[in-house]
Design a binder for this molecule. Structure first.
Ligand code: PMP
Length: 285
C-alpha cells in the first residue's frame, strides 16, 4: 500500500503518498499508542462521517492522547482528502498516533499526537462471494474484559488478537474468525459485529466489551423501523445451533451473510438479503 500515486493528509498538509513516513522510534510502533477509523464513501460522500470523527476523538482520549483537531477540522480534512483522491466510492482511513520526540519509554506525554488520512479503493470485504455466506472459524483468543483495556476504543492494540485469529482462520480456508468474550459469550468478528435470526426475531451480542459498531447501530435501527424485534443480550455459543440466519456488520463488511461458524451452519435467508439490500440503499441515499 505504500507504493502508490496520490496524496495523504498528514498533520494538516498533503504529502505525496510515497513520502507519508514516520520514524522507527515512533511511540505508537513500540507501545500501540494508536487509534483509527475505517470509513466508506459512497457517491462521493462519507457515510456517517461525523459519527466516525467523534469516535476517533473518543478513542484518542481513551488512550490519553489529546486530539490536535476538532470534529469540524477532521470533517473538512477527510472531505478534502476524498476529493483529491478523485474517488467516489472509497475506503477512508483516519489514524491518530503518538509520534517520536522527547520520550522513548512507556510514558510519552511530551511526544506529539499526530494524525493522517488516506483514501483508497476497497471492494467487498470478504471478496466477490459476499452474498453466498462467509465461513468463519472460532477464535482461540477472547475479547477482553472492560477492566483490562479500553474495549470501546478503536485502538490498534485491540487488533493484535484479531490479526493472529484472522491469519489462523484464513489458513483454514475461512474468511474470518468469531470471538467469544472473556465470559464465554459470543462477541464479534475480527473487524465486524454479528447478528443472528431465529423465528423472525433478531439476536445480537450486547456491546459491553467490544466495539459498538456504527453499522451495528444503523442496522439495529433499520430492523426496529421495520417492526422487527431485536434482542441485544448475552448469547452463549451453543445457541448458534438454534439460529437460522447470521450476518456480520461493519463499515468494510457492510452487511455480509454468514453460512458457517465452526460447526454451526446458517442459511442466507430472506431477512439477511433484505437487510443487506436496505443497507446498500441507505448508504447511497
Ligand atoms: N468490531 C471491530 C473489531 C471492528 O474493527 C469493526 C470495524 N470498525 C467493527 C466491529 C464494526 O464497526 P463499524 O460498524 O463502526 O465499522
Amino acid at each position: 500500500y505504500d507504493d502508490r500515486d496520490g496524496v495523504i493528509w498528514m498533520d494538516g498538509e498533503f504529502v505525496p503518498w510515497r513520502d507519508a513516513k514516520v520514524h522507527v522510534l515512533t511511540h505508537a510502533m513500540h507501545y500501540a499508542s494508536s487509534v483509527f477509523e475505517g470509513e466508506r464513501a459512497y457517491n462521493g460522500k462519507i457515510f456517517k462521517s461525523r459519527e466516525h470523527s467523534e469516535r476517533l476523538i473518543k478513542s484518542a482520549e481513551a488512550l490519553d492522547m489529546p486530539m490536535p483537531y476538532t470534529v469540524d477540522q477532521i470533517e473538512a480534512a477527510k472531505a478534502e482528502t476524498l476529493e483529491k483522491s478523485g474517488l467516489k466510492d472509497a475506503y477512508v482511513r483516519a489514524l491518530v498516533w503518538r509520534g517520536s520526540g522527547e520520550d522513548m519509554g512507556v510514558a510519552s506525554a511530551r511526544n506529539p499526537v499526530r494524525m493522517a488520512i488516506a483514501v483508497w479503493p476497497w471492494g467487498a470485504y470478504y471478496g466477490d462471494a459476499k452474498m453466498q455466506g462467509a465461513k468463519l472459524d472460532i477464535a482461540e483468543w477472547k475479547r477482553p474484559s472492560p477492566e483490562t483495556i479500553p474495549v470501546h476504543a478503536k485502538a490498534a492494540g485491540l487488533y493484535m488478537i484479531c490479526t493472529i485469529s484472522k491469519h489462523k482462520a484464513e489458513a483454514k480456508g475461512c474468511s474470518d474468525a468469531l470471538f467469544m468474550d472473556y465470559r464465554g459469550y459470543v462477541a464479534e468478528a475480527t473487524g465486524a459485529n454479528v447478528f443472528f435470526v431465529k423465528d423472525g426475531e433478531v439476536h445480537t451480542p450486547l456491546a459491553d466489551c467490544f466495539l459498538n459498531g456504527i453499522t451495528r447501530q444503523t442496522v439495529i435501527q433499520m430492523l426496529k423501523d421495520k417492526g422487527i424485534t431485536v434482542h441485544e443480550r448475552h448469547i452463549l455459543p451453543e445457541e448458534m445451533a438454534e439460529f437460522e440466519q447470521c450476518w456480520l456488520t461493519g463499515t468494510a463488511a457492510e452487511v455480509t451473510p454468514v453460512g458457517q461458524i465452526g460447526e454451526y451452519t446458517f442459511e442466507v435467508g430472506d431477512l439477511t438479503r433484505e437487510i443487506a439490500n436496505d443497507y446498500e440503499q441507505l448508504v447511497r441515499s
